[in-house]
Design a protein around this ligand. Structure first.
Ligand SMILES: [Zn+2]
Length: 237
């Protein structure tokens, strides 16, 4: 069953009331959710599902379900499970998610500092990385850090834009990340625009203004295979 993805329109929603629509081996599905399911390089949200009687069910991860736009909340092993039809309150671990949003948006900025095809990426709560198809000699950690932080300091508002599949097909240059397919499915594709800096398909969660990222640090740059150069970053504060 399709889940209403509340984080897609408002990444700052920390909590929502929802109805349980399925409880299975894989986890708990609701009619709507604030939990982001692992995808596009961003890890799944954690948090808690609160039952009406006050019982707290810890959610240790969130994944996409089998159906289009469906989301499965993974409960901690051994916890009680809610009943189908029950109304519950969903609460994400906001500190963790906000760090993910800041790091995720930082990768959009980083992808514009390093002028090379992106071959992969990952966002965890404590660090994030992008892989580039580029010669190692062209990557200077201090320069990347300085230029990324200079762009972040511009404090530009981010925008979500939707285009049709056909519009995206007509503009293949928008797809920078070869390993992550654009979030297609309903005939339209979601893009993140940072005016003057970046525009690319992305289904993830972002901060409203890049100034909210704060300064980043380049943790390391290393070779990952013949063509991959991995740039790993963390939030400086
Ligand atoms: Zn994104």
């Amino acid at each position: 069953m399709t889940t209403e993805l509340l984080f897609r329109d408002d990444a700052y929603l920390k909590t929502a009331t929802a109805r349980v629509v399925a409880v299975g081996e894989r986890g708990i599905e609701c009619d709507r959710t604030v939990f982001y399911p692992q995808g596009g390089g961003q890890v799944g949200d954690t948090g808690v599902l609160l039952r009406a009687d006050g019982e707290r069910i810890a959610i240790t991860d969130t994944r996409k379900g089998d159906a289009f736009d469906s989301v499965v909340h993974l409960p901690a092993p051994g916890t009680a499970l809610p009943e189908v039809g029950e109304t519950v309150t969903l609460e994400i671990d906001w500190a963790r998610r906000h760090a993910l949003m800041r790091l995720h948006t930082a990768l959009h900025v980083l992808s514009c500092v390093v002028a090379a095809p992106v071959t992969g990426g990952n966002i965890a709560p404590d660090k994030a990385r992008l892989d580039f198809d580029i010669d190692m000699s062209l990557l200077d950690a201090q320069k990347i850090e300085r230029e990324t932080n200079a762009l972040i300091a511009r404090g530009i508002d981010t925008e979500t834009v939707w285009i049709t599949d056909e519009e995206l097909d007509a503009r293949p240059e928008l797809v920078k990340t070869m390993s992550v397919q654009p979030p297609r499915g309903a005939g339209r594709v979601r893009l993140l625009r940072i005016p003057g800096i970046d525009l690319q398909p992305c289904g993830g969660t972002h901060v409203k203004n890049i100034g909210e990222i704060g300064a980043i640090r380049v943790l390391r740059i290393r070779s990952e295979g013949r063509r991959n150069r991995r740039v790993e970053i963390a939030l400086a504060g």
